[in-house]
Write a new protein. Sequence first.
Length: 314
Amino acid sequence: MRFAIRRPFAIPLVILGLIVIIGVVVTFDYITLLFDSVNDNAIDFEVPATDKDTGQPVTSHPQLIPKILHQTWKNETVPEKWRAAQESCLQSHPDFEYKLWTDESARQFIADEYPWFLDTYDSYPFNIMRADAIRYFVLHHFGGIYIDLDEGCQSRLDPLLTYPAWVRQADPTGVSNSVMGSTPRHPFFMRVMLELKNYNFNWRVPYITVMYATGPLFLSVIWKQHKRWAVSDAEQVWILMPPEPGAAYFNDLHGSSWHEDDAKWIMYLGGHWLLFTVLGFVLAAVVGLTSYLVVRRVYYPRTSLNYKYLEYGE
Ligand SMILES: *[C@@H]1O[C@H](CO)[C@@H](O)[C@H](O)[C@H]1NC(C)=O
């Protein structure tokens, strides 16, 4: 007797196979985030030397990123609790241009420079999403260093100006968007900017929507995709490693730390892979059985006699 998959099983099997394949393709970049401990492009902390004549900091490599600091807040009045952090960056970098992006100036900037994005920008259900998006756009347009308002500066940022583009490593996986630097029109931020539109999906759960559509998880996924294609040094994204005691560019005051939980959520999924695998199989079994029953009903609505007859071949 020839081996053949019985007809009632064939269609559910194909459906199941497609579901699994689509599932893997859709989640591939997220899955790879679970296996990312090594960094080829790590930036280590460095204190710039001081020029004897001018007293200015000098770096061992040429400056690539323009001396601009970007921050965002809803209006010009920065809350008291973040003034110290803001001041620490301003005072240690008097030679940097400073841009505080407010709700109003940020929207105007998008309308003027990236009008194709304005609809998406306005469509975001949460302000934090606009705050996420604007930082990618200003880095693409002007270049410079973006710093979250709750991050203070501990030392001169000049060495960070010598890399074409960089982001900070997130704990425990992926990258964060709390501090980033870039030359104008860097291909990575170009990609990030263009992908924002594709990832603008409302998942109905606020936290998940923000995290997947504009936040660090979104950035991490685009970074993974970019890493696969970027080949030249200039196109690569460098990674600022977590600070060591006494050797840090920034000190985090944890004022708006809810974004930091994104990576923990991914690791939670990773840590409970057995549970999710079992759940996946249960779900697959339910889908498979249901479609089997449906198909059987549709194709063989009558008695089991007909069914047996088919089994033995005609
Ligand atoms: C900014 O917003 C705060 C509270 O939302 C308000 O108290 C303050 O006056 C605003 N500042 C400006 C310059 O409009």
